[in-house]
Design a protein around this ligand. Structure first.
Ligand SMILES: NC(=O)c1ccc[n+]([C@@H]2O[C@H](COP(=O)([O-])OP(=O)(O)OC[C@H]3O[C@@H](n4cnc5c(N)ncnc54)[C@H](OP(=O)(O)O)[C@@H]3O)[C@@H](O)[C@H]2O)c1
Length: 269
């Protein structure tokens, strides 16, 4: 059961945009969020794989059937590209209503990048730029576009979540792209929090999750110690379920007491 009980608290009548909603952590967050929204809320699910997005949409409908009316729109978009960002913003604008009392953007989509090589092998700036495009540049552009599309107004809460990682703070050998991207994202959202005091900004590190990204980490990490440590986490059952980690994020959002711009880790809570 992927619902979570939060004592009937809710996130209001919201427009929620969740990137990377097709699988893994994003899928779970989407289902958990759907249970915390008031009737006539809107969920915009973004990823490249349309059939998986449609399946998540069906799961949301089944989970909330008979409780409330939710509008779910799947947006097939590549968030490495400008077109993908613009398509997402357009869909959010078209689908929203002026009666929303919360706009919530969850920047969850990301890639691990090539973790098989050391930093000294990245001689091609085009390869690095491609990585940063999805994981940094387009995250800023999407966030900026959403904030512009839904400007400050009385009675409207605006929340931006950055799904981050311990790697934003800790250097892992052979993970130069991922660590760099997550560190840059954290700083981006810290600056945003300074500039926009009325926007609630949170960087949440979900802990090690049992997803496809984790499989890549334990199979392909070039640094032997790192590869072994991810393999042991898996074999010793130390990985977290997406549900357990997502439940803590839902509580943070409902409590709404975090300092805007903060980096909060699953293990701190
Ligand atoms: N797994 C972990 O242990 C762990 C730990 C700490 C932090 N995190 C963070 O948690 C978040 C979710 O990770 P995960 O483990 O769920 O990863 P995942 O299983 O690899 O899922 C990634 C999601 O991002 C989407 N995505 C990837 N490239 C995209 C693109 N170019 N355009 C649009 N969407 C794209 C994927 O959908 P499509 O392929 O359909 O596009 C998918 O829905 C990430 O930010 C990750 O860095 C994960």
């Amino acid at each position: 059961m992927e619902t979570i009980s939060q004592e009937h608290r809710n996130l209001g009548r919201a427009l929620c945009i969740i990137t990377g909603a097709s699988k893994g952590y994003g899928r779970t967050l989407t289902l958990q969020l759907s249970c915390l929204l008031k009737s006539r809320s809107v969920l915009i699910l973004v990823a490249r794989t349309a059939d998986q997005l449609n399946k998540v949409k069906e799961d949301i409908m089944a989970l909330n059937k008979g409780h409330k009316k939710l509008f779910v729109r799947c947006v097939q978009a590549d968030l490495e590209k400008t077109d993908g960002v613009q398509k997402t913003i357009r869909a959010a604008k078209e689908t929203s209503s002026s009666k929303m009392d919360h706009v919530l953007l969850i920047n969850n989509a990301a890639s691990l990048g090539d973790v098989s090589r050391l930093a000294s092998s990245f001689t091609d700036p085009a390869e690095v730029n491609r990585y940063l495009s999805l994981n940094v540049s387009c995250v800023l552009s999407l966030t900026a576009g959403v904030l512009q599309a839904f400007p400050h107004r009385a009675g409207l809460q605006r929340t931006v979540v950055n799904i981050t990682s311990l790697c934003a703070l800790k250097a892992l050998p052979s993970w130069v792209l991922y660590c760099t991207g997550k560190a840059a994202r954290d700083m981006m959202f810290r600056v945003l929090a300074e500039e926009e005091p009325d926007v609630r900004v949170l960087s949440y590190a979900p802990g090690p999750l049992d997803t496809d990204m984790q499989v890549q980490a334990r199979c392909f990490s070039g640094d032997l110690k790192i590869r072994q440590s991810f393999s042991s986490m898996f074999s010793e059952g130390a990985l977290l379920s997406c549900e357990e980690s997502g439940a803590k994020l839902m509580k943070l959002l409902l409590d709404n007491e975090y300092q805007s711009g903060a980096h909060i880790d699953f293990y701190e809570l």
